[in-house]
Design a protein around this ligand. Sequence first.
Ligand SMILES: Nc1ncnc2c1ncn2[C@@H]1O[C@H](COP(=O)(O)OP(=O)(O)OP(=O)(O)O)[C@@H](O)[C@H]1O
Ligand SMILES: [Mg+2]
Length: 467
Amino acid sequence: MISWWRRAGVRVRSTVAATGLLAVLVVSGAVVGLVVLRSALLSADAESSSVQARLVRLSVTPGALAGEPSPALRAAVGADVERGSHVQVLAPDGSVVAASAALAGHAALSSARPGVSELVSEVVPLPELGRPAPWVVSVAGARVGGQRFWVVAAESTVDAQRVLRVAAWVLGVGSPLLLGAVAVSTWTFVGRSLRPVEAIRVAVRGITSAGLDGRVPVPAGRDEVSRLAVTVNEVLARLEASQAAQRRFVADASHELRSPVATLRAAAHVWAAGAEPGFVELVGSESARLESLVDDLLVLARADGGRLVAAAVEVDLDEVVEVEAARVRSLGGPPVALAAVPVRVVGDGPALGRAVRNLVDNAVRFAASRVELGLAAEDGWAVVRVGDDGPGVPEAERERVLERFVRLDQSRQRRAGGTGGTGLGLSIVAEVAAAHGGSVRVGARPGGGALVELRLPLGQPPSAASR
Ligand SMILES: Nc1ncnc2c1ncn2[C@@H]1O[C@H](COP(=O)(O)OP(=O)(O)OP(=O)(O)O)[C@@H](O)[C@H]1O
Ligand SMILES: [Mg+2]
């Protein structure tokens, strides 16, 4: 049952639910209405019979009780016949002393004998009076000349029954019509509302990974369905963009790998033909370039998989920058001015070391005469600043150089001795920064050159004891 209900679909479920609920309401409303109507009609009949009884009571004289009805009583009893009701006057012993024509010779209609000035009414079947509907019989107690007597008035409920029958008929015919109308309109309305959803489903199914450029139709208006369509389109656009970036990345990577591999193959030919002076250095430098390129690609692939930060341990950033400064000095690079305070962050030590090294490598490569390396703690951030007095990065390119495979001046790099980068260094810095909840910004150094700022959220401040 439940699985049928789930499988039935929104349209069937809405229709069944709306119609079923309305059916319950209509049936219970009809039952309550008919019951209330019936009791109202019967009490109207009881009221009218009690009025009759009271009226007749006024015409009863002591003589009438002795068996000689006065003309007034006869008239009162007879008048009632025309109005579809019957009257009896009962003597103190319960015998009938006067009655409407239809009740001639009939015993008392009721056995109730209320006290003086009291009145009781009851609904009783009286088939002998010739009508199938039950009668409302009212008995009024009275006293005249010291004798008690009762007036019995019987009022047919045939009119009330007729009204009830008509009401039941109207409800019996009208309710199914109403339920049918609700079912049809719910079915139609829900079907119409779901049509755009079906269109979206069909459109999404038609969109394959080969062509993410398709979009689903957005229905007019700002309802849930059109918002769904807009969201689906936004997701498709993001998927398409990321797929395009992925393809570009693979294309760029293969392009970059081609030239060192070609150089190495050429070198192998040279090797076969007999070593030439300088070729060992060439093979060495190209293999090194190949190795660092493959390294960078691996790092970026890991970053794309969200696995860049392998560990979250406390890292002393001041040690990281000190190691970098020492490395530059040992390689005989430009003089490095180091200004570092003790700063500790939480993250992946090798990844952070790699980020700082990439910045320092750039600075060393572009510096005219000096490299500045700074580390400070500012407003909850650890800030690594790497500056140089080289040509700097034009303002318009400062965002773009953070992208993968972006190099600004090819000729400048070639001149830098074949080890010119592939344009991945800063993009790796950006990935490392983002993975640590930080950021990197390329700017201008006061006094000329580039100044790159790497910001990382501060970890626990290093305590004096642990240092
Ligand atoms: N300190 C700097 N001064 C001037 N230009 C810079 C500096 N740092 C980076 N750039 C420019 O930004 C570009 C991108 O730098 P990035 O470090 O990403 O790549 P790369 O150094 O060319 O290659 P890789 O770092 O992958 O070996 C560089 O090619 C260079 O044009
Ligand atoms: Mg670089």
